[in-house]
Design a binder for this molecule. Structure first.
Ligand code: CP
Length: 372
C-alpha cells in the first residue's frame, strides 16, 4: 500500500505526475485521496445518473456531486485503463463552438477509459453548414454512438437536438445557458482543497465566503458554478457577485437564490472584497460577445492584489487580462488544478451515465466504495 491506501499494482499514478506544477511554482495541487480515504464512495448515488441527460447544474443532488467527486479522486490516483470501463462504447463530441479544455478533456477521459470517440470539432463540417436541423442530426447520432457531448452557440441547442436524440446528451456549454460539467470540475477542485465540503457542515466549522466575477444571468460557467454552490450553502457564509450590471442574475437565478435563502450581495469592485474572500471565481469577462472589452482594475487580479493569504482562485479559462499570469506560481492558483482535474470528474460522470461503474469491482473490494 502507498500513502493513499490504493494498492501499488493499480496505483501506477501514470497521469498525475504530468500535472504537478513546475518545481519553482507554489501553485496548489490538493491531494485527491483526502476526499475518499475516510469516506467510502456510495455507488448507489451514482447509479441514479445512468442513462440521464446532463443539462444543468441544478439537476444534481448534493450526494451525486460529492460521490462523483470522490470517484474522480480515486480515478486520479489510479491507472484506470486496464479495467476498460468504456470498452465498446462510442461517444460523439459535437462542438459547434470553439473549445480548448472541454472537448479535449472529454476526449482524453473517454480514450483513457478505453472508449472510442467520434470528434466533431467544428459545426461547419456537419450538415448544419447546409442548413440541416439539430433535430435531424440528433436522429442520426442515435445510430452512430452511445452518448453525445455537445457544445453550441445557441442556448436552446440541447432542446433542439433532444427532439429526436434518444441516447444521453451531456451539455458542454449552450450559448448563455449552462456549463454543468464545468461546475463539476470547479467543485471537484474545491472539494479536493477542502474535503470537509463533501460532508454536512459540523457546527463550529468556518464557512467560506465566495466572490464571483461576472454575470450569472448571461455567463454560462458563472451561472452553473453559482447554482451548484447552492448545494453547499451550509458551508458558505456569503456570496459576493462582482459585476458591472446592477442586476447580474436574471429571473431564474434570482428565484433560486431566494429559494435557497443564501446571503448574497452585488458589487462593482473586487478590490473592496478581497480581504474577506476565501474563494474567488473569475471568468472570461474580458470577452464580450465577439469583441474584446478593456478591463479596469475593479475587475482584475494580479499578484499585487490584496488577496487573503489562504484564498484560492478558480477560473474556467480561457483568460485574458482579468487574471494576470503573475498569479500562476502563487498558492492562490487553484485554476490549473481545476482544469487538470476535469479529466477525472468527466471520467466519473461518463462511467455513471453509461452504466459502467461495474468496471470497478476491485475498488469496491478495497473498501473505497459501498454498494448495496
Ligand atoms: N472551460 C471551458 O469551457 O474551456 P473551453 O472553452 O476551452 O472548453
Amino acid at each position: 500500500m502507498n500513502e493513499s491506501n490504493v494498492p501499488e499494482e493499480i496505483a501506477e499514478n501514470a497521469i498525475s505526475p504530468n500535472i504537478d506544477p513546475p518545481k519553482d511554482s507554489k501553485a496548489i495541487r490538493p491531494e485527491p485521496s483526502n476526499l475518499f480515504e475516510k469516506n467510502p464512495i456510495d455507488l448507489d448515488a451514482l447509479r441514479t445518473l445512468e442513462g440521464q441527460n446532463i443539462l444543468k447544474a441544478g439537476q444534481f443532488s448534493f450526494e451525486q456531486v460529492t460521490e462523483l467527486c470522490k470517484l474522480a479522486a480515486v480515478l486520479e490516483k489510479i491507472e484506470i485503463w486496464p479495467f476498460h470501463p468504456l470498452d465498446g462504447k462510442i461517444v460523439v463530441t459535437a462542438f459547434f463552438e470553439a473549445s480548448t479544455r472541454t472537448r479535449t478533456s472529454f476526449e482524453s477521459s473517454i480514450l483513457r477509459l478505453d472508449g472510442k470517440v467520434i470528434s466533431i470539432t467544428d459545426g461547419k463540417s456537419t450538415g448544419q453548414a447546409k442548413g440541416e436541423s439539430l433535430a435531424d442530426i440528433g436522429e442520426m447520432f442515435n445510430a452512430y454512438a452511445d452518448l453525445v457531448v455537445m457544445r453550441h452557440t445557441e442556448t436552446d441547442a440541447p432542446d433542439q437536438i433532444l427532439e429526436n436524440l434518444r441516447i444521453p446528451l451531456i451539455n458542454a456549454g449552450n450559448g448563455s445557458g449552462e456549463h454543468p460539467t464545468q461546475a463539476l470540475a470547479d467543485w471537484y477542485a474545491l472539494l479536493k482543497w477542502r474535503p470537509e465540503l463533501a460532508s454536512p457542515r459540523v457546527e463550529g466549522d468556518p464557512r467560506m465566503n465566495l466572490g464571483i466575477l461576472g454575470t450569472p444571468g448571461s455567463m454560462r460557467a458563472v451561472k452553473s458554478f453559482l447554482l451548484m454552490a447552492l448545494l453547499f450553502k451550509d458551508h458558505i457564509g456569503k456570496v459576493t457577485v462582482i459585476s458591472e450590471m446592477a442586476d447580474p442574475f436574471g429571473e431564474e437565478v434570482t428565484q433560486q437564490l431566494t429559494e435557497a435563502d443564501i446571503d448574497y450581495e452585488v458589487s462593482n469592485d473586487v478590490r473592496e472584497h478581497l480581504p474577506e474572500l476565501d474563494v474567488i471565481y473569475m471568468n472570461s469577462i474580458a470577452f464580450l460577445g465577439d469583441s474584446y472589452k478593456k478591463m479596469d482594475s475593479r475587475f482584475k487580479l494580479t499578484s499585487k492584489s490584496p488577496i487573503k493569504d489562504s484564498a484560492v482562485i478558480l477560473h474556467p479559462l480561457a483568460r485574458l487580462d482579468e487574471l494576470d499570469t503573475s498569479l500562476d506560481k502563487t498558492p492562490h492558483n487553484l485554476y490549473f488544478s481545476q482544469a487538470h482535474g476535469a479529466v477525472f470528474i468527466r471520467q466519473a460522470l461518463l462511467m455513471a451515465v453509461l452504466g459502467r461503474l461495474k468496471a470497478l469491482p476491485n475498488l469496491i473490494d478495497l473498501g473505497h466504495m459501498t454498494s448495496s
